[in-house]
Design a protein around this ligand. Structure first.
Ligand SMILES: NC(=O)CC[C@H](N)C(=O)O
Length: 365
């Protein structure tokens, strides 16, 4: 069955329908990763977006039960050049098409994904809708133009209740703005007790858990859409070591007086080079973000820039001058992607240990 992608600029791409028959709209973004489609499909930071993958063959190793980054995918659609019909891998349980159908996510295959990607690179991200062939292109394009991007994504994907991953070492509170499982897994593998709490918890509620460290997770949307989270981070500064990842990084920056801006088409992929300005070391990193900390807003804030993107020099990491708080725009947990940045979890561990020593609290081995 044919299906079309209608963009707000009136352009259309006609291909074959895969997955669910639901019609759905979203901001169309591209990811350049050659592998990792299952993690991308289930990363809550894509909530409300339609993702096109630039690698031409997707789905060849299937979908398995272990590699999901969340339980319920929040992505609005998937666009690929070719979806493998017969996956081959010993862990595979579904084909891409079967899984998309099961999760009620519409997909489109067989279009020129290079043309679509170039269009997004030239004009910035575009709103789009995956539609049946009888949709009126002009009407849909007008409607897309008039519909603003959603502002409620974090509340859609954050956990509703706190939950605990037991551990024998320090207690880390992980504030869930749409957390990827990879972050939880990496913290648990350090031996921490990881208490995951809803994004709406205020600082008093979080501090009542007596955390030895706090991680601010990744998450979807514009960080300026969650002012209550910025307020919470402000009130957490200096009360426990803070480590922000992606949206968590943007919230730490906003809480410290900096600003964030929307990028034309963002960074989404598994090979983004990041330079640590303190050591000169380059890491190849996994990224998924459409907003960034505005470099012109840093002066006068208590933040030092620690990392920059080698390609476009955008800010990739900051550190607070007075409090044990730091953050990165990229993904130390990878999931999917290279693991060059895993060392950031060790940096966090040092912060946690130092803060324990300074406070005279019990330290762990
Ligand atoms: N992965 C993330 O946390 C993304 C952060 C934010 N939603 C952005 O797009 O910039």
């Amino acid at each position: 069955m044919k299906r079309q992608l209608i963009l707000e600029n009136g352009q259309t791409f006609v291909g074959e329908a895969i997955g669910s028959d639901t019609e759905r709209a979203g901001e169309v973004v591209f990811n350049t990763g050659m592998t990792g489609y299952q993690e991308i499909l289930s990363d809550p930071s894509y909530c409300g977006q339609i993702v096109t993958l630039t690698y031409p063959l997707i789905g060849n190793y299937g979908i398995n039960r272990d590699d999901f980054e969340s339980i319920k995918p929040a992505i609005h659609g998937l666009i690929v050049r070719e979806a493998a019909e017969y996956p081959s891998h010993f862990r595979s349980q579904f084909s891409l098409h079967e899984w998309l159908k099961k999760e009620d996510i519409p997909g489109l295959e067989g279009i020129d994904t290079r043309k679509l990607t170039r269009m997004i690179r030239e004009h910035g991200t575009l709103k789009g809708r995956l539609c049946s062939m009888d949709a009126n292109v002009h009407e849909v394009a007008e409607e897309l133009k008039e519909t603003p991007l959603p502002v409620d994504q974090v509340s859609r994907v954050s956990t509703k209740n706190q939950y605990i991953n037991p551990g024998v070492k320090e207690r880390i509170v992980l504030v869930d703005y749409g957390v990827k499982k990879g972050i939880v897994k990496d913290l648990v593998s350090e031996g921490y007790e990881v208490v995951v709490v809803p994004y709406s918890w205020d600082a008093d509620n979080i501090l009542a858990l007596q955390p030895d460290g706090i991680v601010l997770s990744n998450g979807p949307g514009n960080p300026a859409d969650v002012p209550e989270a910025v307020e919470t981070v402000k009130n957490l500064l200096g009360r426990a070591p803070l480590f922000g990842i992606c949206l968590g990084h943007q919230l730490l920056a906003l809480a410290s007086g900096a600003l964030t801006v929307k990028m034309p088409f963002g960074h989404r992929g598994s090979n983004h080079p990041v330079k640590d300005l303190r050591t000169g070391q380059i890491s190849i990193t996994s990224q998924n973000h459409g907003y960034t900390v505005d470099p012109d807003s840093i002066d006068g804030t208590p933040l030092d820039i620690t990392h920059i993107n080698v390609n476009d020099k955008s800010i990739e990491g900051v550190k607070h001058q007075h409090y044990p708080a730091f953050s990165v725009q990229y993904h130390p947990e990878a999931s999917p992607g290279p693991e060059d940045a895993k060392g950031l979890f060790n940096e966090f561990k040092t912060y946690v240990k130092n803060s324990q020593k300074a406070s005279g609290r019990k330290t762990y081995a």
